[in-house]
Design a protein. Structure first.
Length: 115
């Protein structure tokens, strides 16, 4: 069972890597702006995009990079990531890093897997 989860995660991660190559990788600056901004014309569509993006990254890395409690709801992910970046906003490289790496970093910080 664990092996099949690992294979599925590898496949999904590969798909994310391929799609980001062709569709243009989302950068950290775009992710951070979407979390802290309310003045976009299309806030709803931006929020929906990034909620979907965050959920996709979270789904492909759950129990590999981060290990949340069973009670965690998907709707809490953006708040967890937003809180992480508000407390780490001065970290060099946030705006130039890939959004995928920033999401994984925030989730791993909040819910590290026990070794």
């Amino acid at each position: 069972m664990k092996t099949s989860k690992l294979y599925i995660s590898i496949i999904l991660t590969s798909i994310l890597s391929i799609s980001s190559t062709y569709a243009g990788e989302v950068d950290g600056k775009s992710l951070l702006n979407s979390i802290k901004s309310n003045d976009h014309e299309n806030v709803k569509s931006i929020d929906e995009f990034f909620n979907g993006y965050i959920s996709g990254v979270a789904d492909t890395t759950i129990n590999l990079s981060w290990c949340p409690p069973h009670s965690l709801k998907g709707s809490q992910l953006q708040k967890i990531i937003g809180k992480y970046y508000r407390t780490h906003s001065d970290r060099p490289g946030n705006e130039t890093a890939s959004a995928k790496d920033l999401v994984i970093e925030a989730l791993t910080d909040a819910y590290p897997c026990k070794k």
